[in-house]
Design a protein around this ligand. Structure first.
Ligand code: GDP
Length: 445
């Protein structure tokens, strides 16, 4: 997952600092140098990293800290605060209101994921009861209208565009007018992207903005953009008044730090992140839980929200009960897979405190889903005793052969599933969840 490596390095640097007895200037400097290296290697812009280092040094003045102060905690809190400050411009983005037409314009380079993100944004709001509509003012890219039309049809969202009209301003104005008449409360305008920051793109973008007077301009940026991000975001901001950022492809292997720099460049908050190609692979972005996750501290509130959104209540209760008893059996794993199949797996695991990328089940996205379904088929061939046993040693040769036969899988595959279970159970063991399911009181491993 994007940024997981950065999070892992920061967490390790904090752990290393925790291993030394006395925190002096040298320990603090080593720690800050490691964090600086990690941020720079993740493509966060140099200026930002330098500022962050200075600020932390200001907060953590070792000489001024009286004995008895928990220096580690103060350093940890300082880094948390600084990462949050980097990502939070301090003013919220415009939020569309129901029953009042809002126009939201999307801008960004070609391939950033603008068209896909427009539909995700419309779909997200539609689920929340908005009457959303999409306008395709991208007349530059052949096939842009077809793509938007296809996505919109799938999500049952009204759309407007043209195969013949080449003037994007005309289409944008016509579309916005039509949907205002139809009493839509969220009208989303997709604009053209170009491979580079061409002057013609910016001029066209400026004209569409002038003609449609959007309430919000969203800058869509690919997380893999690297060090060019700061400059690119600044260029967009200078032409149209960008009010929010959406970072796409956070599920990929890019470093992602560059996109974080974009926030600083546009002085606008990140409001969502894209975590896959599918319509619902789209997450609300909140700074504090995000930084918390980055530092390996988990995001229980996000997890609970997500669980409540997608998982039936009885299944939630069962999962919480199992976890709260510290009793992670194969049946717990079965329940968890059932939940996970409703929540993208990378989201689920990144929300669990203390769980870093290395602890995630091997394989990502679709691959993990296929694997989970395969494991569940094998577990369907187990007896209740096997499912509820806290001891995997009961799986002798004859049991394994029976499960393999029953599920039509190979003995090797059953053994692989049991190994994966042991690995996940070990990770889960350290997490303490209160019996009442109050996730705010969870104790990480
Ligand atoms: P546009 O040129 O900016 O409109 O970009 P598109 O919406 O056509 O997206 C370009 C490619 O990126 C498509 O193949 C999308 O499916 C893909 N894409 C968009 N968002 C995401 C995301 O969050 N994750 C992943 N993995 N792919 C994405």
């Amino acid at each position: 997952m994007v940024l997981a490596e950065l999070g892992g390095r920061i967490t390790r640097a904090i752990q290393q600092m925790n291993n030394v007895t006395i925190i002096d200037e040298k320990v603090l400097n080593d720690f800050l140098n490691e964090i600086t290296r990690a941020l720079l290697q993740s493509d966060v812009s140099f200026g930002l990293v330098e500022k962050m280092q200075t600020n932390i040094k200001k907060i953590v003045n070792l000489d001024d800290l009286a004995a008895g102060h928990n220096k580690r905690l103060i350093i940890e809190q300082a880094i948390f605060k600084e990462l949050c400050r980097m990502l939070d411009p301090g003013k919220p983005a415009f939020a569309p209101k129901k029953a009042k037409p809002s126009v939201v314009m999307f801008v960004g380079l070609q391939g950033a994921g603008k068209t896909t993100t427009c539909t995700k944004y419309a779909y997200y709001h539609q689920k929340k009861g908005y009457k959303a509509a999409l306008v395709c003012a991208d007349t530059f890219r052949a096939g842009a209208f077809d793509q938007l039309k296809q996505n919109a049809t799938k999500a049952k969202i009204p759309f407007y565009g043209s195969y013949t009209e080449s003037d994007p301003v005309k289409i944008a104005v016509e579309g916005v007018d039509r949907f205002k008449k139809e009493k839509c409360d969220l009208i989303i305008v997709d604009t053209s992207g170009r491979h580079k920051q061409a002057a013609s793109l910016f001029e066209e973008m400026r004209q569409v903005a002038e003609a449609t007077e959007p309430d919000l301009v969203i800058f869509v940026m690919d997380s893999s953009i690297g060090q060019a991000a700061f400059e690119q975001a600044e260029a967009f901001k200078e032409t149209v008044s960008v009010g929010a950022v959406i970072i796409t492809k956070m599920d990929g292997h890019a470093k992602g730090g560059g996109a974080l720099s974009a926030v600083a460049a546009t002085k606008s908050p990140v409001i969502f992140i894209g975590t896959g190609e599918h319509m619902d692979e789209f997450e609300v972005f909140d700074v504090k839980p995000f930084v918390s996750r980055l530092l390996g501290k988990g995001d229980w509130s996000g997890l609970v929200d997500k669980l409540q959104e997608v998982v039936p209540k009885d299944l939630q209760n069962e999962l919480v009960e199992n976890l709260s008893q510290g009793n992670f059996t194969l049946r717990s794993m079965y329940d968890q897979f059932q939940c996970s199949l409703r929540i993208p797996l990378n989201q689920l695991f990144s929300m669990l405190p203390g769980i870093s990328a290395e602890m995630m089940p091997k394989g990502h996205g679709e691959e993990s889903r296929v694997k989970m379904k395969r494991y569940m088929t094998m577990m369907d061939s187990m007896t209740n005793k096997e499912l509820d046993s806290p001891n995997p040693k009961i799986f002798n040769e004859s049991r394994i052969m029976r499960i393999a036969r029953g599920s039509g899988r190979l003995v090797r595959e059953v053994m692989e599933m049991l190994e994966e279970y042991k690995r996940i159970a070990k990770t889960m063991k350290g997490i303490k969840i209160p019996k009442n399911g109050d996730m705010s009181k969870v104790i990480p491993p």
